[in-house]
Design a protein around this ligand. Sequence first.
Ligand code: ATP
Length: 198
Amino acid sequence: MYTLGVTGGIGSGKTVFCRFLEAFGARIFYADLEAKRLMQHDEAARAAIVAAFGAESYADDGSLDRAYLADHVFGDAERVATLNGIVHPLVFDAFEEAKTRAAAEDVELLVHEAALLFEAGGDAHVDAVAVVVAPEADRVARVVERDDTTPQAVRARMQHQWPQEKLRARADYVISNDGSLEDLRRRAYTLYQTLTTP
Ligand code: ATP
């Protein structure tokens, strides 16, 4: 079995790219979804988050209080690092378990999709990394439409991410999403074939 990391900036198309890989037979591990799940449901994660940021991190009904975390954690680099230090190792444990399961079930390609793959050290857990890139204007327009937001808000989020050139420099495969969805599907098919053909 081959393991592939997939990343890219906001609106680059990494999620649709992964959906295409999935349709060809890959199994996708969505790291950001897994992180959310762990923060909500994993006892060790909950205990560490309460110890670091207070019992107010969770509402009375036990759900994660995202507004509280937004106010008390996300604006502060040191606190974000603390939260990541709690959550990322648990995400990687879950990915290693997913690897064991996928191998036992004869999955040919297991994909680790993450917005901050390199920043979190996720590249160390996969055989290779594909970076999805697209022209900035396309990314902005697509996210404005997808999220019903403004170009300014999308650009502000981009400022906090690695520039595409830096992602490209670390990539084993660069996937250009500069055409139609059908073009992207074809590129996904080519990569799927490359990685799964013995
Ligand atoms: P984020 O980091 O914000 O989650 P992403 O990299 O996962 O973004 P996607 O959600 O896959 O990006 O794509 C962004 C939007 O652009 C989606 O609505 C998707 O359907 C659309 N999209 C992606 N690629 C294309 C394309 N080649 N042509 C038209 N629309 C596209």
